[in-house]
Write a protein that binds this ligand. Structure first.
Ligand SMILES: Cc1cc2nc3c(=O)[nH]c(=O)nc-3n(C[C@H](O)[C@H](O)[C@H](O)COP(=O)(O)OP(=O)(O)OC[C@H]3O[C@@H](n4cnc5c(N)ncnc54)[C@H](O)[C@@H]3O)c2cc1C
Length: 344
């Protein structure tokens, strides 16, 4: 396949899970690491704005589209180095589908990502916001991240300790557009039982206590069942899933500022993480609230959805309605988990 055959016009609504977004001025798919680097470098050297896209499940692109080059990461490959004592070191190319990788790892008996089943997107995007769900985060199994630093124009490999992972963040998110993620190496043990269950709802479903393990396959299946109930597994026929998952992160604030009765969890820096879902609902924005074609999911107040023919602008405005309501009622600022492109 030649480069020209990969270059085409594309509307971003075809590439994002919100299914909104106007045209890309230029759209290219990169199926190898060398192609990815070449396309990023040529855009950088000619000053063309760049949008790297994986599964499009954590971005909102404007109705006007993106006036630059959009590169879809489609590099594939999984390599396993097994060691009977320590498990496996598994190197996965950035363009692999995250959920398919989780299913594969589960079937192979690799332990540690079973509660991250059902999260859409690519492996390469997973470290950017340190994806997490049901008591576990991807940083727990990452050994290293290999990247291309577009500022220094060279390859850089980060050990997990140098990735500055935190709750829904990392050095890659703090310095947006600097690092192109090429591949990830995961260190995972092999066995029949899961990592310790850390999330009450999942523990209840599995009929175990917090901290206990459960059979690997059962944990994956119970996770998917809970996620589906919340509209958190992509499903063409369920408009509650036409979203980017949670639109906001849970704010981390001083404990004195936590509203009475708000669910909250202590963080390692002495502050407290508060439930964004509770804040939004208690600021008066309910499930199903709509704004034009956009609506809050009927299953999960943190998900803003393309309910019926939404424009990107309406999704953005509904997010603002939520954050304004929370600021007015509680004096707390919500932070968007979703990255916006192409807006003024
Ligand atoms: C229904 C649903 C449920 C979700 N549930 C969860 C959840 O439980 N937990 C969670 O943490 N997230 C969740 N998400 C959010 C999302 O799936 C994750 O953040 C995912 O990792 C995004 O991957 P992606 O490939 O779609 O990234 P994209 O949306 O394509 O990109 C996201 C950002 O990463 C950048 N990027 C992508 N690939 C690369 C690369 N190779 N190198 C450098 N930059 C790159 C993009 O430029 C962009 O800034 C959910 C989303 C949906 C739609």
């Amino acid at each position: 396949m030649t480069r020209d055959s990969l270059r085409s016009m594309k509307r971003l609504e075809e590439l994002t899970t919100f299914r909104v977004g106007g045209p890309a001025r230029e759209f290219l798919t990169a199926t190898s690491e060398s192609e990815l680097i070449e396309l990023v470098e040529s855009a950088d050297s000619s000053g063309v704005p760049l949008l790297i896209i994986g599964g499009g499940s954590n971005i909102l692109v404007s109705d006007a589209g993106f006036a630059g080059r959009v590169i879809q990461v489609a590099s594939k490959g999984i390599e396993v180095e097994s060691d009977a004592c320590s498990g496996g070191l598994i190197t996965v190319q950035a363009g692999e589908d995250w959920d398919q990788f989780v299913s594969w790892a589960n079937a192979e008996g690799f332990v540690g990502i079973e509660t991250l089943a059902g999260i859409p997107g690519t492996v390469g995007a997973a470290p950017i916001q340190n994806i997490g769900a049901y008591g576990h985060e991807v940083r727990e199994v990452i050994a290293r991240v290999r990247s291309f630093d577009s500022r220094e124009r060279k390859g850089v490999t980060f050990a997990v300790t140098d990735c500055d992972f935190g709750y829904r963040t990392s050095r890659f998110k703090r310095e947006p557009d600097r690092y192109l993620i090429l591949d990830l190496a995961f260190q995972m043990k092999q066995g029949e039982m899961s990592a310790p269950i850390q999330y009450q709802e999942l523990a209840d479903a599995l009929e175990v206590s917090l901290g206990e393990r459960a059979p690997l396959r059962q944990v994956l299946e119970a996770t998917l069942t809970i996620r589906k109930r919340k509209g958190m597994v992509l499903d063409d026929s369920d408009r509650d899933t036409w979203s980017a998952g949670s639109f906001f992160t849970n704010p981390i604030i001083e404990s004195a500022l936590v509203p009475a009765n708000a669910p909250s969890w202590p963080t390692s820096d002495g502050r407290v993480k508060v439930s964004a879902a509770w804040l939004i609902e208690n600021a008066g924005v309910k499930r199903g609230t709509s704004h034009g074609g956009a609506a809050i999911s009927s299953k999960h107040v943190l998900a803003i959805t393309n309910h019926h023919g939404a424009r990107a602008e309406e999704i953005k405005q509904l997010a603002e309605i939520c954050s304004n309501a929370v600021r007015e009622k509680f004096g707390i600022d919500l932070e968007s988990e979703v990255r916006l492109f192409g807006f003024a």
